[in-house]
Design a protein around this ligand. Structure first.
Ligand code: PLP
Length: 389
């Protein structure tokens, strides 16, 4: 479709040219309307173009479109205070940036500043972004392969441990370890949740050795799993949490939330970002979080997620449903790609893929209605009942 444009091919693109969106619906240039169960890559947390988010962006852009962290800005202060209030237990301060990978890079920098150590432990199936360091820590071989030359890793301080294996992780988390980075629910891998026991054991090992525990909640956080951050579902608080994707309601912003350890290690000149914490991004994120609270979208994510999970499990052809809230991985008895294609072509439903070739990723806006959820599961059942798929 858009292959004649001067744009490098990155994602496996949908055959769609979208021009507008509202709530869980998006519209193409011919006026066709689609149900967005992919949430624009898990970004449209409060739905596409939520009027309060759009208004906040407009108002801030008219007043002061941008100024850097070199000055105080009221909307940035307000956002940081709100994130400290909403964040995991112990959150004391925030560093703002522009994306998930940048948030993870800075979380790892902070961990090195805290510990003066080099080893980073990450996990099979984990994904943390596309910079050299974050890709090197990726537990998905095909992505990590981009960071090796002739089999030699370009970043030499990463160690990958088996996900959900507390014993193997504990052996690697020693006094040379700066940080442990883990997704409480692994998104791209196909929505595999860390067990509460596993996260507790990581907390214990980090407490014992002084390593910094980082929860990458870029995808599973900001309400998506039915709590502000997914780790709240397990009662385990990390030292550092990273957020991005759904945080700005569609406007690019990333955040590093830290407890006292990061506050004690940080000093002017060590970390920075020209655009990080810009007022328009902060206004978008602040409005997005306020909408999420006032419209009780996190509770809705929990409720609708449970409803969909139950309905999906009853569909012949669905072998497992993983994840939590509105980050669900539906594992099928067949390849997922033809099912995705049919959902789009026949029922105008957009849905996400994952690295598991039999798993579809469901990550719609958090305010998805019960009717839209039921429409999706009904159409899904019809596609799976068709033996051709
Ligand atoms: N961490 C996780 C868990 C992600 O899912 C992603 C993106 O998919 C990233 C980090 C990287 O975020 P970004 O693409 O905003 O750099």
């Amino acid at each position: 479709m858009l292959s004649n444009l001067p744009e490098l091919p990155v994602y496996h693109q949908y055959p769609l040219t979208l021009v507008s969106g509202a709530g869980a619906l998006v519209c193409d240039e011919a006026g066709n309307v689609y149900l967005d169960m992919y949430g624009g890559h898990a970004v449209a947390a409060t739905g596409h173009c939520h009027p309060r988010v759009v208004k906040a962006i407009q108002k801030q852009a008219e007043k002061l479109l941008f100024y850097s962290n070199a000055v105080h800005i009221p909307v940035r202060n307000a956002l940081c205070k709100k994130l400290v209030r909403m964040g995991p237990e112990g959150t004391e301060a925030v560093f703002l940036c522009n994306s998930g990978a940048e948030a993870n890079e800075n979380a790892l920098t902070l961990a090195r500043l805290i510990t003066n150590r080099s080893k980073i432990v990450s996990f099979t199936g984990g994904f943390h972004g596309r910079t050299l360091q974050t890709l090197s820590l990726c537990g998905i071989d095909k992505y990590r392969a981009l960071t090796t030359i002739d089999g030699e890793p370009l970043f030499k301080h990463g160690v990958i441990a088996p996900f959900n294996d507390a014993k193997a992780a504990a052996e690697l988390i020693d006094k040379s370890c700066a940080a442990v980075i883990v997704e409480p629910v692994q998104g791209l891998a196909g929505c595999f949740a860390a067990t509460g026991e596993f996260l507790k054991s990581l907390r214990k090992a980090c407490d014992k050795t002084g390593a910094v525990l980082i929860f990458d909640e870029v995808q599973c956080g900001t309400g998506r799993c039915g709590a502000f951050v997914a780790s709240m579902l397990t009662g385990v608080a990390p030292d550092i949490t990273t957020l991005a994707k759904g945080l700005g309601g569609g406007f690019p912003i990333g955040a590093v939330l830290t407890n006292h350890r990061g506050v004690e290690a940080a000093a002017p000149g060590l970390m920075g970002s020209t655009f990080g914490g810009g007022p328009t991004a902060c206004a978008a994120a602040l409005a997005n979080l306020r909408v999420m609270e006032s419209e009780q979208m996190i509770a809705n994510a929990r409720k609708i997620g449970d409803r969909m999970k139950k309905a999906l499990l009853k569909i012949p052809g669905v072998v497992e449903v993983r994840g939590a809230g509105l980050l669900l991985g539906a594992a099928l008895d067949r390849k997922a790609r033809p099912v995705m294609d049919k959902l789009l072509a026949k029922y105008k439903i957009i849905i996400g893929a994952s690295v598991c070739e039999n798993t579809l990723r469901v990550m719609p806006p958090l305010n998805l209605s019960a009717d839209s959820a039921d429409h999706f599961t009904d159409c899904f059942a019809k596609v799976l009942a068709d033996k051709e798929n």
